[in-house]
Write a new protein. Structure first.
Length: 339
């Protein structure tokens, strides 16, 4: 991919963790390193799907450098809009003006729109919260942190005048296909029985359920529309990092101004997928509604969609359970969508 990229874009820096000299020269040219500072090591950081992300160690410190490329890093055969880095950079710049949000995210240390590169504060060797799918529990204080982040994000930029710079339309159209279309397509190339034997038959029940599929189509239109709230756009345990006693939020490349119910619905869906208690789900909805207006039905519908696409779509999760629980969750998806 590197050779073809450089042929098509010879003027664009290509981030390569194996070429420390080139990386050091690039960071120096941007003024992101001190004159005496040099790159001494690099390694992949995290398990992100979309971008090429490095933990770069210099003679003085450790930083995170990530580049968006015209493909999905985990699936290079899938094209992806590389301008996502521009929108992500703007997101960090904007939330950096609101201390309550800024303290819950890594600091943006550098932003190169031409190379689609961001340099971020290194939060250290952290773990994301995907352990929730394997039996970890979400303490109530962490739940409140996650919900408060959404409340602050959704409420504090509603009068932002440059909303059009966050349209992120190409990224949303790509995501829309994976959220609302591919999972319910017949002959979509996914071999679900290789993931969980019997899952294909369970998926077929939803694919042939006309009221359900029509409602999913309508939800997809809501997702592609506009709204007043700034959304993270991919608010799930893979975007939550455990930092000491707290949580930090990362990877807002799917951000846009839209319905807050989408973010909260995705959040609720992953509580269900991680087998957190019904009481925790109810508490989450109630706590959010105490602070901000919410369409509860639309939230449940987006939650049902997210459950469905995570079970029978491309973006699979590290779920340890088998067909019986997945079938129950797909039944829950229908109940939530048709609520």
């Amino acid at each position: 991919m590197k050779i073809s990229f450089q042929k098509l874009h010879p003027e664009v820096f290509f981030l390569d963790g194996h070429n420390l000299e080139s990386l050091s020269e690039y960071l120096q040219s941007r003024g992101w390193l001190l004159q005496s500072e040099r790159v001494v090591a690099s390694a992949h950081a995290g398990a992100g799907n979309m971008n090429y992300t490095l933990r770069v160690r210099t003679s003085d410190r450790s930083i995170i450098v990530k580049q968006a490329r015209p493909w999905v890093e985990k699936y290079p055969h899938i094209p992806a809009p590389w301008d996502r880095a521009l929108v992500e950079g703007r997101f960090y710049q904007l939330v950096g003006t609101w201390p309550a949000l800024a303290q819950r995210m890594p600091r943006l240390l550098g932003f190169d729109p031409d190379a689609h590169v961001l340099m971020l504060e290194d939060l250290g060797e952290t773990q994301d919260c995907t352990g929730l799918y394997g039996g970890d529990r979400l303490p109530s204080e962490r739940l409140m942190e996650l919900l408060q982040y959404l409340v602050d994000l959704h409420l504090n930029f509603q009068n932002y005048e440059a909303k059009s710079s966050f349209a992120n339309q190409a990224m949303r159209e790509l995501n829309h296909t994976h959220l609302f279309v591919i999972p319910l397509q017949k002959d979509n190339g996914l071999i679900l029985d290789s993931i969980t034997p019997g899952l294909e038959a369970e998926a077929a029940k939803l694919r042939t359920d006309e009221p359900y599929t029509k409602t999913i189509i309508e939800l997809g239109k809501r997702y592609l529309g506009t709204g007043d709230a700034l959304l993270h756009g991919d608010y799930f345990p893979g975007s939550w990092l455990r930092i000491g006693a707290g949580i930090k939020i990362i990877d807002p490349e799917f951000c846009f101004f839209g319905p807050p119910e989408f973010d909260l619905g995705v959040f609720i869906a992953h509580l269900y997928l991680a087998h957190q208690s019904d009481a925790l789900v109810r508490q989450s909805l109630a706590d959010y509604q105490t602070a901000a207006p919410l369409n509860s039905r639309l939230t449940r519908q987006f939650a049902g969609m997210e459950i469905m696409r995570r079970l029978i779509g491309v973006a699979q999760l590290p779920l340890a359970y088998g067909l019986e629980l997945k079938a129950d969750l797909l039944t829950l998806s229908r109940s939530l969508v048709m609520s």
